[in-house]
Design a protein around this ligand. Structure first.
Ligand code: 13P
Length: 272
């Protein structure tokens, strides 16, 4: 078994609106080379690089033949049509993109994404064989008002509405408390683990009797860095990280892959 409950350990880099194609090429190359030289023979977490749309092609070229996978940062839920500026799921699959971030808090905050649009996009990703990384997380005001659990549960329930259990099992969830994103304020690890556990329990109760929650990878995101990753990767419910700032330089990102590899190793020891 490669990980707890059969679920994957995933270290994903969300490059957000950074890097020109030339810069993205150098970064992907440095990550691929670093992985090849630093992890010889070691079991690796799933490594997912999420550049902007205009850099997907370059990054896909760089990761060819390496263990790294590529994800998009967003997509439309429709297959084609008069939707200027949008990117459709079949365009991503045609490029061999495998993952797609859905409902990142910046999309919710600045681009009008709602739980309903997230749901449509998660369904579309699944229908096209893309792995959706469904992002959830509370705002600072919501945390201060004691609404964290209800906000996150609602995002999970509405995001997965109408999705069959066999499909829900393929979804990756990322818990990213909005106040911890890009602020340097990491959510205390026990609290991040608690909320990730709550998400798992909510998935189990949505699909009662299926035990799907145990197999769903749940990532934490929000100021993850080399100094926080080891503790985060020791938690029962945190199966990986969705990383912003620290994914933009190979020397910052490679130690996070190392953290994921350590989690895998400790699980292999436990289950052997
Ligand atoms: P930071 O790691 O920069 O806080 O960003 C987290 C994030 O939003 C990843 O999707």
């Amino acid at each position: 078994m490669s990980s707890q409950g059969g679920r994957k350990t995933i270290i994903a880099g969300n490059w957000k609106m950074n890097k020109t194609p030339a810069e993205a090429t150098s970064l992907a190359k440095a990550i691929v080379e670093g992985v090849a030289s630093q992890f010889k023979g070691e079991a690796l977490p799933e490594i997912v690089l999420c550049p902007t749309f205009v850099c997907l092609s370059e990054v896909l070229n760089q990761v060819k033949g390496s263990p790294c996978k590529v994800g998009a940062q967003n997509m439309d839920y429709r297959d084609s049509g008069a939707f200027t500026g949008e990117i459709a799921p079949p365009m991503l699959t045609a490029m061999a993109v495998q993952y797609v971030l859905i409902g990142h808090s910046e999309r919710r905050q600045f681009f009008g994404e709602t739980n309903e649009s997230v749901n449509l996009k998660v369904k579309a990703a699944l229908a096209h064989g893309l792995v959706p990384v469904m992002c959830v997380g509370e705002l600072l005001e919501q945390r201060e008002q004691g609404l964290t659990d209800s906000v996150v549960k609602e995002q999970v329930v509405k995001g997965l509405a109408g999705i069959a259990a066999t499909d829900a099992a393929k979804v990756v969830v990322a818990y990213e408390p909005v106040w911890a994103i890009g602020t340097g304020k990491t959510c205390e690890t026990p609290e991040a683990n608690r909320v990730c556990g709550l998400i798992r329990a909510e998935i189990d109760s949505l699909y009662s009797g299926t035990n799907i929650g145990a197999g769903v990878s749940i990532l934490y995101g929000g100021s993850v860095k080399a100094s926080t990753i080891d503790e985060q990767m020791e938690q029962e419910h945190i199966d990986g990280a969705l990383v912003g700032g620290a994914s933009l330089k190979a020397e910052d990102f490679l130690p996070l892959i190392k953290g994921g590899a350590k989690r895998l190793k400790s699980q292999l020891v436990k289950t052997s």
